[in-house]
Write a protein that binds this ligand. Structure first.
Ligand code: TYD
Length: 221
C-alpha cells in the first residue's frame, strides 16, 4: 500500500492526499453519532450490504472488544479523571488503527462504528472545563500520529431528545446519555462535519431502511 498513509491526519488539508493514498486499497467507512443515533445497527447492515456486493469487508467498533477496550468501558463507568478516560480511548484507537490498517492493506473494506470523531466530539466536551477551547486541538494532536483518515465518515444526525428516548427504551442510563451533554456533543459533531471533508451528514430520525439507503448512496462507484 501507499506509504502516504503514514502522513495522513484529520483535516481538510490532508484530504486530497488521503483519498489518493487509499484509492488502491480497501475503503475505510466510519459511522459517527450521539448515543441512540442508531449507528451500530446501520453500520452492521451497511457492512452486510457491502459484503453482498462481493467486497471483502470487516465490521469493527470502538471502544474495541480488546483488552484496552475493556478498560475503556470500565473507565467510562468508573474514571474519576477525565484525562485518564480520554487517554484510554486514544490508546484503544492506536491499537485498533494498526489492525484497521492491516485490513485495508490487505484490500479489505473496513466499516467502523465510532473512530476519531467520537473522541473529538465527546472528549472536547468533557475536557472543556480543563482545557477550554484548546481541547479540540489537543485531541487532534494526540490522535494525529497514528489515526487513519476515513474515506467516508457518516454522521447520523439526530435530535438528542429523540436519541435519548430510543436509548431509554433500551434501559440504559449512563452518564453520557444525558440530553444536555449530548446536545453539546452533537454541536461538536456538526462542527467536525463542516471542517472535515470526509463527513456525510445523514438524517437519522428517519426509518432504518431510509438511513441505510442514504449511506449506501454515498458509496464510491
Ligand atoms: P458505544 O458506541 O455506545 O459503545 P457500546 O454500545 O459498545 O457501549 O460507546 C460507548 C460510549 O463511549 C459512548 O457514550 C460514546 C463514548 N465514547 C467516547 O466518549 N469517546 C470515544 O472516543 C469513543 C470511541 C466512545
Amino acid at each position: 500500500m501507499d506509504d502516504n498513509r503514514d502522513t495522513l491526519v484529520a483535516g481538510p488539508i490532508s484530504m486530497s492526499i488521503a483519498l489518493t493514498a487509499s484509492s488502491q486499497v480497501g475503503k475505510f467507512y466510519v459511522f459517527e453519532g450521539i448515543d441512540g443515533s442508531g449507528k451500530s445497527t446501520v453500520s452492521k447492515l451497511f457492512a452486510e450490504r457491502l459484503a453482498k456486493s462481493g467486497r471483502p469487508v470487516e465490521w469493527t467498533a470502538e471502544p474495541t472488544s480488546g483488552w484496552i477496550g475493556e478498560q475503556v468501558r470500565r473507565a467510562n463507568k468508573e474514571a474519576r479523571s477525565d484525562f485518564a478516560e480520554t487517554l484510554l480511548y486514544v490508546a484503544d484507537r492506536a491499537e485498533h488503527s494498526a489492525q484497521i490498517r492491516a485490513w485495508l492493506d490487505d484490500g479489505r473494506d473496513v466499516v467502523c462504528d465510532r473512530y476519531e470523531g467520537s473522541t473529538l466530539a465527546y472528549q472536547s466536551v468533557t475536557l472543556r472545563p480543563h482545557l477550554g477551547p484548546k481541547a479540540l486541538e489537543w485531541l487532534r494532536t494526540i490522535n494525529a500520529p497514528f489515526v487513519l483518515h476515513p474515506d467516508v465518515t457518516f454522521l447520523l444526525r439526530i435530535d438528542p431528545e429523540t436519541a435519548m428516548s430510543r436509548v431509554s427504551k433500551r434501559g440504559e442510563a449512563e452518564k453520557f446519555e444525558k440530553v444536555s451533554f449530548l446536545r453539546k456533543v452533537a454541536a461538536m459533531y456538526d462542527r467536525l462535519a463542516v471542517e472535515d471533508l470526509s463527513y456525510v451528514v445523514i438524517d437519522a430520525s428517519k426509518d432504518l431502511d431510509e438511513v441505510l439507503e442514504a449511506a449506501l448512496s454515498h458509496l464510491p462507484r
